[in-house]
Design a protein. Sequence first.
Length: 310
Amino acid sequence: MPPIESRQLRYFMYLADELSFSRAARKANISQSSMTDQLQRLEDVLGVRLVDRNRRNVCLTPAGSVLRREGQDLLERIEALAEKTRAAGGISRERLRIGYSEMALSSPMPRIIQNFRHRYPDTDTILLEQSSNGSERALLHGTFDCLFVPDLQAHPRISSLGIGNDTVLACMPDSCRLLDSPSVCPEQFREESIILPEEGSRFGDRIMAAFARADVRPKIAARMSRASAILTLVAAEAGIGFIPLSLVGLVPDGVGVRPFANPPLTIPFSLVWRNDPANCVVERFVAIARETVGQADKLASGSTMAISSA
């Protein structure tokens, strides 16, 4: 039997976490066709089917569940062995695996990483996209050392640092009557069809919670994995979508945006990390993050004071 390649096992773990070929491929930085091909090769080597899939769903088979449970430990042991081998040969570089959601690109994340790299140039930083859906599991399973995501639920093994709040915008086709007002409120969506992020998204959960508080149950027309896909459907008049203000640059022609009012709707955004076991590299990164966010707060405060005095 030919040997199992570690990259095939790693790609399978991405797929097992995401249960989506497209999201797993993005996380692995390969094409979706390559992800499918590598899974097929792994299944051929093992002689069993690891996932059941159709046009809409992906789920693990019993064999796939076993491989997922045991595979992560095997990958971690392989990585640890590689690190020990490099250290024995006089090559030792610390590594930090950072996951991020789409929202993070316009957050303080890039500046935090830049400052960390300048301060610790001998530490390798590895960036991989990770949606908020499944982010807690990926962090606890050791796929990442830390994550930039919308707030996770409290967990005894996870610590967090708030790095800001992002305003939620309702995105509507130019023909939508709600664009006549400078802002919107949940009660105006009773008769509207809406487009949300995928199931399990913290961003989507926050929006639905706002509707629930107002006793509003809008019709969910579709769920999409990326903001660009949501905006495409909005432009086609398939419904009303929602994005964070940080992604407003993606809004195409033919789509208007409005914030929520009374009260405003925002999404808290955080850096999260495992606190068990302790990781000195993560501790350095968190310290840089605190420093960077503190500097940004001081700049914002100074700007506010200057505007007020003017």
